[in-house]
Structures are given as structure tokens and as C-alpha cells.
Design a protein around this ligand. Structure first.
Ligand SMILES: Nc1ncnc2c1ncn2[C@@H]1O[C@H](COP(=O)(O)OP(=O)(O)O)[C@@H](O)[C@H]1O
Ligand SMILES: [Mg+2]
Length: 291
């Protein structure tokens, strides 16, 4: 039976800028079940990275709470002090970034042993064995002693995934991990994630601007202007605020699209093909395009 592993209650994040306060996340409520491969999809600036940084505690929230439950351990992420949070993150949540963030002066295997040695008592032989196992998992064992500069971008991202798994965390969060990769390489990264969910029982939260990836997740959310606007479970809507707005304004629904309108959500049928795209402008339904 699946259980809630990540829970966000009324999470808000406001940045102070020269132009004033900016609400990047607005009262987000979300439950992620253990074993989900959750995709959060939204345009640039929608609040995707901010959301991930609230979940992994890299950044402070303005209000609300994030609860993470793993191995009978339930923590309120933002109530821990920075030190405790860093230790907790090291054993609970692996993080993967678009730009890989490998240390250029360390070999691939050293990039992976480093977080093990930082988290654990220093046991060089064991951490090296573990790192080699992880390199095998991402099919890069033969490159173990190379520097990152001497392997491709897709290979570097696989090393970054191996590094994120170094301390065997139950959760992985990934910020546009395929964003700088070509589609074939991106597909390989997706296969690694799918394997981690299906065969290793990991929970993955990945954010992306690429709406074409929606059908690959076990569940996908759409984020727009700091709000979750739709939630699709294997292509079946759990909720869809844009559709609710659409019903309220049913007579305004029109076929066709407007180039200046803002993409909101794709409504899928039982196949993976979207059959309707919803647009909104100024928070209201603007139009729908059917296929
Ligand atoms: N440190 C910051 N200070 C001020 N504004 C920020 C900061 N970080 C992000 N923002 C703003 O918050 C919004 C959401 O940003 P972000 O979460 O990075 O979006 P995404 O990852 O979806 O592209 C954007 O409008 C961005 O400009
Ligand atoms: Mg981002």
C-alpha cells in the first residue's frame, strides 16, 4: 500500500526584490505517495525550481510546512536548523540539476564517493565499492577514473544521478535534468529514472518545462504563476482548476488558439495523446483547442 512520503501544507514563498515582494509560490498543497514518479510541468518562471527548493529545504519558505516521512521518520523540513537539514537531506533526498554540477577536478568515482564520505564515517574501501556499484547501475563503470570533462553531457548527468543515489536516499528530486540534453540522451536518463522507480522503489519528483514529457510520469502536475493548476494521475485528472474555470465560463469556451494566450493544461484521453489544450489569460479560461 502506498503512503504519503512528501506533504506540502499551504506552502508559500515570497521573494523580496527591488520592485517589491514577489509571490513565487502561493499556498501550495500537495501529497506525494511513496513510489510515484511525479512530474511538475510549467513554463519558465512558473515556480518549479522554487517548489523543489522548498521540498528539499535548500531554501526557506515564507509560510506553510513541508513534511517528509521516510523509514518511520517524520520531519518538518523547515523546522530543522541548517546543519541538521543538510545531514537529513544527505540521507533522504538526492538532488539532480540541469547543469550536472559535478566537481571538475575529481574523477567520476571521486564525485560519488565524496557525499558518501561526508555523510558517513570515512570508510574508503566501502565507499569506493558503493560508488562503483552505482557507476555500474548507470552503465559508466569503465569511465570511473576519467574527469567529467572527458565524458558527454548525457554521461555526466548519469554520474550526477549516481551521485544523488550515493547514500541510498528514498527520494530523488530533479530540476530539469534533461533540459540540456538531446532527445535520445534525455530518453536514456528517463529510462534510468523509470528503473529507479519500478525496480528500486524510489520516489522521484522531477520538474520540467517540457510538456512533451507528461505521458512519461506516473502522475503529473501543472504549475502556473506559483500555483498548481492541474493534477493528472496516469492521464486521469485528479483535479483541474482550469476545467473548473472552464465549466463556470462554458459559453466562453471556443475552439482555436490564441498565440498570446498562456498554455494551461492538456486534457488527456485514455491514450497518452492529449485531445484538448486549455489556455488561460489573466487567470480566466481563454480558449480550448481540440484535436
Ligand atoms: N532569489 C530570487 N529573488 C527574486 N525572485 C526570484 C528568485 N528566485 C526566483 N525568483 C522568481 O520567482 C519566479 C519563479 O522562479 P523559479 O522557481 O526559478 O521558476 P522556474 O524554475 O519555473 O523557471 C520567477 O519569476 C523568478 O524570477
Ligand atoms: Mg527552474
Amino acid at each position: 500500500m502506498s503512503s504519503t512520503i512528501i506533504e506540502l501544507n499551504n506552502v508559500a514563498k515570497t521573494y523580496s526584490t527591488a520592485a517589491g515582494e514577489f509571490a513565487a509560490l502561493k499556498e501550495v498543497n500537495l501529497k506525494v505517495d511513496s513510489g510515484e514518479f511525479l512530474g511538475v510541468v510549467g513554463k519558465s518562471g512558473a515556480g518549479k525550481s522554487t517548489l523543489l527548493n522548498m521540498i528539499n529545504g535548500v531554501d526557506q519558505l515564507t509560510s506553510g510546512e513541508v513534511i517528509v516521512r521516510t523509514n518511520n521518520d517524520s520531519v518538518s523540513v523547515h523546522e530543522m536548523d541548517e546543519n541538521a537539514r543538510a545531514h537529513w537531506r544527505g540521507r533522504t533526498m538526492g538532488v539532480v540539476y540541469q547543469s550536472f554540477q559535478l566537481l571538475p577536478m575529481l574523477t567520476l568515482i571521486e564525485n560519488i564517493t565524496l557525499p558518501i564520505d561526508l555523510a558517513d564515517n570515512f570508510r574508503p574501501r566501502e565507499s569506493k565499492e558503493r560508488a562503483m556499484q552505482l557507476l555500474r547501475l548507470v552503465e559508466l563503470e569503465e569511465h570511473a577514473y576519467k574527469l567529467p570533462a572527458f565524458i558527454s553531457g548525457g554521461q555526466q548527468q548519469r554520474v550526477a544521478i549516481a551521485r544523488a543515489l550515493a547514500n541510498d536516499p528514498p527520494i530523488l528530486v530533479a530540476d530539469e535534468p534533461t533540459g540540456s540534453l538531446d532527445s535520445v540522451t534525455a530518453d536514456h536518463i528517463f529510462e534510468v529514472f523509470e528503473h529507479l522507480v519500478t525496480d528500486q522503489g524510489k520516489t522521484i519528483v522531477m520538474v520540467t518545462h517540457d510538456t512533451g514529457l507528461i505521458s512519461r510520469f506516473s502522475r503529473s502536475l501543472t504549475i502556473s504563476d506559483g500555483e498548481l493548476v492541474s493534477d493528472m494521475d496516469s492521464n486521469t485528472p485528479r483535479f483541474d482548476k482550469t476545467m473548473m474555470r472552464s465549466e463556470a465560463a462554458s459559453n466562453q469556451t471556443s475552439s482555436g488558439s490564441c498565440p498570446s494566450s498562456r498554455f494551461c493544461a492538456r486534457i488527456h484521453d485514455r491514450t497518452t495523446r492529449p485531445h484538448q489544450t486549455i489556455y488561460q489569460r489573466g487567470g480566466c479560461l481563454y480558449g480550448a483547442q481540440r484535436y
